[in-house]
Unconditional design. Structure first.
Length: 256
């Protein structure tokens, strides 16, 4: 398939506004519904926002960095043929993780996350958590600031900052990583197959409240979170041939 119609979306930062105006002087701007490709101009946070906003369209997204780090985006260039660049790009499939969160009122919230699902303490005391995998309790008590479940694409973000492992993009794994663990001291987390169901239970919701978040979506006073990955649920990101996301994630393991 040859891509011809582009939808340009901007984060609203000065750099994204400038790029947006320059690109619209060269290209017609279609709606996301009518376009072949969505071009996201911003940072990693904005790209995640676009992924969360338009999953129903199943349109490939070509991001160009007009933010800070831009790990999930291509380099911004305005001196090359953008359509040719996009048509020679590689298609990377991202598979989000799903989470069902229950709060202390018994209400349930369902979200998807492309980076991670995190459970974090809300009080001055550490969280008191229980972790189960496929219905079996694997960690009876975890006293920590929290715990997170990260995808390979998200393993270089919050997960890495919490000293979790970087996961190659094509590895069928999820990272289960504690945040500032107090007990057990020697538990550093786990690498799990991406076909498991992970459950995180707050053992003391009254005294030690927690919040649960899926990327930017957050539920306060969570008591239980169930996380899993549907391998059939995929999104498409386009990358320049010389800016492979898989290579970036691999090289992050050797950065100093």
């Amino acid at each position: 398939m040859k891509y011809q119609k582009l939808a340009f979306l901007k984060s609203g930062s000065p750099k994204s506004e400038e790029a947006y105006n320059l690109l619209l002087a060269k290209h017609e701007n279609y709606s996301p519904e009518d376009a072949d490709v969505i071009v996201a101009l911003g940072g990693d946070g904005f790209l995640l926002q676009v992924l969360h906003t338009y999953p129903h369209l199943d349109k490939p997204i070509f991001g160009m960095n007009r933010g800070t780090l831009g790990f999930l985006l291509n380099e911004y260039k305005d001196d090359v043929d953008l359509l040719e660049r996009i048509n020679h790009s590689q298609d990377v499939h991202l598979c989000p993780i799903s989470v069902d969160i229950e709060d202390d009122q018994g209400e349930h919230f369902h979200y998807k996350a492309y980076n991670e699902v995190s459970v974090i303490r809300y009080s001055g005391q550490s969280a008191n958590l229980q972790i189960s995998v496929n219905g079996k309790v694997t960690l009876e008590h975890l006293n920590a600031d929290g715990v997170l479940v990260a995808t390979p694409a998200g393993s270089t973000a919050y997960n890495f900052s919490a000293h979790g492992p970087i996961i190659p993009l094509n590895a069928n794994l999820l990272a289960l990583t504690p945040v500032s663990p107090f007990r057990p001291r020697r538990w550093k987390g786990a690498l799990l197959p991406n076909d498991v169901t992970i459950e995180i239970k707050n053992l003391d919701p009254t005294k030690r409240p927690i919040g649960a978040a899926a990327d930017s979506k957050e539920v306060k006073n969570a008591v239980h979170a169930k996380v899993w990955q549907d391998k059939k649920d995929t999104r498409h990101l386009l990358f320049d041939q010389d800016q492979s996301l898989e290579d970036r994630i691999m090289l992050e393991q050797f950065s100093i």
